[in-house]
Structure formats: C-alpha cells, structure tokens
Design a protein around this ligand. Structure first.
Ligand SMILES: NC(=O)C1=CN([C@@H]2O[C@H](COP(=O)(O)OP(=O)(O)OC[C@H]3O[C@@H](n4cnc5c(N)ncnc54)[C@H](O)[C@@H]3O)[C@@H](O)[C@H]2O)C=CC1
Ligand SMILES: CC(C)CC(=O)C(=O)O
Ligand SMILES: [Mg+2]
Length: 370
C-alpha cells in the first residue's frame, strides 16, 4: 500500500485532546486495513512558542511542505496573550496557510439528523441542512499590507488592516466554487459588500466574469455579506455553495457551525492549487473551532470536528472515498445511538467525554468493515 505522509500538528488547548482520537483511528487503519499512513509530528501555536520562541519553526514548516497532508488541531489561549504579535499562536496557522498557498477553505455545514434538536434554531430550519461555505484563505484583510498600529503623536493611535484582492485570487476561488457546486446542487451564492468596499465591487465583477467562462450551467446569485449572515440564520437551506472572502468566510462559517448544533461538529479542508506535474494539491485539514481554553484539560471537548476533518483528508488528499464515507457514517451512527459530548447534549441523551466519543466512533467504524 502506498505510503501516505501525514503531518500531525495538534497545537494547543483541546487541539491535542481531539487529535488523540484521530491517532487511534489512524493506528487502527494502519494495523487492520493496511492504510499505510506514515505519521510525523510537529509543534504549532503556543506549544511551538514555548519550545522554540516562534509559533512554528522552519523545520516544522519544511515537514508541512513535504507532507501529502497536514492534520491541524487548534492554536491559541490566554497563556500567550502577552507574546509579541508576530509570534502569537495564531500566526503559526496563518503562516501554514500562506506558505502552503492554501487559497481554498472548504467548510461544510451538515446537520446530522440526530442533532436537529440541538441547534438553537427551530428543527425545521436546520433538519437536512447540507451547505458548503467556500472561504478564500490566503488574501484579504488577514494578509493585506499595511497592517500596523501607528502612533499619531497626539495621544491617539491608528490601527490599520488592509483588505486587498487581485483578479487572479478571486478567479481561482470562484472557479473552485463552480466546480464544487457541480458535484452538489449546482448553485453558488457569492457574498461580498460591494455597497461599501472596492474589493467587494471587484469580487462581484470577477465572480460574474468567471461564471461566463464555461460555468453557466451553474446557478449564480450574489448577496451582500451582512444580509447573507441574516439569511443563513433565517433559512439556511436556500444555499448550496457560498463563496466569500477570508474575513466574511471566517465569520459566516462560525454562524453556520451553530446551525449544525456546535462548533465542535464542523470540519474543514484547506487546499492549494494542483501541482503542475503531479496534479496533487497541498492540503491542511482542521476543525473550524479554536483551542476552547474554557474546557481544555477537562476531557469534555467534542472530537467530531477533528475526526470529520480526517475524513475530509481521506476524501480530498488520498482518494479514500469508501473509508471517508465509512468514518462519516460512524459519526452519524454514534449520534443516532444517543451519545453526546456536553456541547451537543440534550434531554434523554447519554453524556460522554472526548475519549468515549472517539472510542465509540472508532468502534462504529470497525463494525462497518466489509
Ligand atoms: N483554527 C484555530 O486554531 C482557531 C483558533 N482560535 C483561537 O482559539 C482561542 C479560543 O477562541 P474562542 O473564540 O474561544 O473560540 P473557540 O472555537 O475555541 O471556542 C468557542 C466556544 O465553543 C466551544 N467549543 C469550541 N470547540 C469545541 C469542541 N470541539 N467541543 C466542545 N466545545 C467547543 C468552546 O468551549 C467555547 O465556548 C483563541 O486564542 C483563538 O484565537 C479560534 C478559532 C480558530
Ligand atoms: C487564524 C485563525 C485563528 C482565524 C480563525 O478564526 C479561523 O480561521 O477560523
Ligand atoms: Mg474562525
């Protein structure tokens, strides 16, 4: 079986706890199914800062560049509130995204039938929900220059971030949105704020122009991003694929997370462009949630977002479609069986911690072997 090079970057807070459950699944797949995952490990975020004084070392960046895929936990926490801004834990994740050129962040929001009651929204609003938020990940205000705080010398300071997009950045994310839509319900809604932002005007123009270059079979609509947030909560099932920029995508996907019951449920895949010779994409898979310092160390974290991120990894990086389907079905099965971590707990269900949830998913995965 081909070696599949995976780099694990567990990070901080609940990151290592959730990653622990994926490790068990990988070990089982290697032993019982000959999956051939070759695991390497690295440090990122606060853990890397504590070890090397930087949020990711050059050596670990090299490992990430050499891997077929990176599995990332979460970074950050109050312990590192006072470290220099350039070395804050989140900078390690931003460097990974930029240096691996992971321009496309796929954030599916699927409401498992068993969780339709866990959302803060009415059951009929979320039941059967299956939408995909495609977030541009290497441009926009997270990376634009200048990005600084300047002293105005009159007792005032000025904080500056720059929202900037070039045509090619919008074209490639729009093309990916249309291609992904073709594998789903064939509809794309593009969100920006062209009413107040020049980058929004360009975004709208380029998405429209890209649509005309061979994607006219896909339905395209446009929505202002603030109205999009409102519509996501009002009637999310109107959407299929939402394509949007880095900042709006970050916010809208956290909103979408709550439609599914909890941030602890949402996986993501971050993909680069296909390599010109091998066709392979650089890729990093991570839960949408952060390091959850409020529950870190208590064993209460929901590992499903991390496990589902590994399922996306098998699907997009290794073409292990059957295994990805089985792992996602195993998640649905344990939820159907009534197992719940605290974040998705409801009346009459069985409350479990991180390790019990992870073990139950693994058992359900094993039981589904042909
Ligand atoms: N990709 C990453 O590594 C991200 C890191 N962060 C960082 O994480 C730290 C905490 O940020 P927050 O704004 O609190 O966001 P967060 O996502 O860590 O937590 C928000 C809320 O959701 C809950 N939650 C999140 N994931 C959960 C899970 N798997 N199971 C159960 N409950 C879960 C938390 O307990 C908390 O109440 C900050 O330092 C932030 O910068 C935030 C978002 C993404
Ligand atoms: C750099 C991250 C902490 C930003 C974020 O919230 C995310 O990507 O979800
Ligand atoms: Mg976020």
């Amino acid at each position: 079986m081909a070696n599949r090079k995976l780099l694990l970057l567990p990070g901080d807070g609940i990151g290592p706890e959730a990653m622990g459950e994926v490790r068990h699944i990988i070990a089982h797949m290697n032993e019982a199914e000959g999956a051939g995952f070759e695991i390497d490990e690295g440090l990122v975020g606060g853990a890397a800062y504590d070890a090397h004084g930087e949020s990711i070392s050059d050596a670990d960046m090299e490992k990430a560049l050499a891997a077929d895929a990176v599995l990332f936990g979460a970074v950050g926490g109050p312990k590192w509130d006072d470290v220099p801004y350039e070395q804050r834990p989140e900078a390690g994740l931003l460097r990974l995204r930029k240096d691996l050129a992971l321009f496309a962040n796929l954030r599916p929001a699927i409401c498992y039938p068993a969780l339709a009651d866990s959302s803060s929204l009415r059951k009929d609003v979320v039941e059967g929900l299956d939408i995909l938020i495609l977030r541009e990940l290497t441009g926009g205000v997270y990376f634009g220059e200048p990005k600084e705080i300047i002293d105005l010398g009159n007792g005032q300071k000025r904080g500056i971030d720059t929202q900037v997009y070039d045509t090619y950045e919008i074209e490639r994310i729009a093309a990916m949105a249309f291609e992904l839509a073709r594998t789903r319900d064939n509809r794309v809604c593009s969100m920006e704020k062209r009413n107040v932002m020049k980058s929004g005007v360009l975004w709208n123009e380029v998405v429209t122009a890209t649509h005309k270059k061979g994607y006219e079979d896909v339905e395209l609509t446009h929505m202002l991003a603030d109205a999009g947030g409102m519509q996501l909560v009002r009637w999310p099932k109107q959407f299929d694929v939402i394509v949007t920029d880095n900042l709006f995508g970050d916010m809208l996907s956290d909103v979408a997370a709550m439609l599914t019951g909890s941030l602890g449920m949402l996986p993501s895949a971050s993909l680069g462009a296909p390599d010109e010779t091998t066709g392979k994409r650089k890729a990093l898979y991570e839960p949408v949630h952060g390091s959850a310092p409020d529950i870190a160390g208590t064993g209460a974290a929901n590992p499903i977002a991390m496990i589902a991120s590994f399922a996306m990894c098998m699907r997009y990086s290794f073409e292990m479609i059957a295994e990805a389907d089985r792992l996602e079905a195993a998640i649905a099965k344990v939820l159907d069986d009534g197992l719940r971590t605290g974040d998705i707990m409801s009346d009459g269900m069985t409350k479990v911690g991180t390790t019990e949830m992870g073990a139950a998913v693994l058992e359900a995965y094993k039981a589904s072997a042909a």
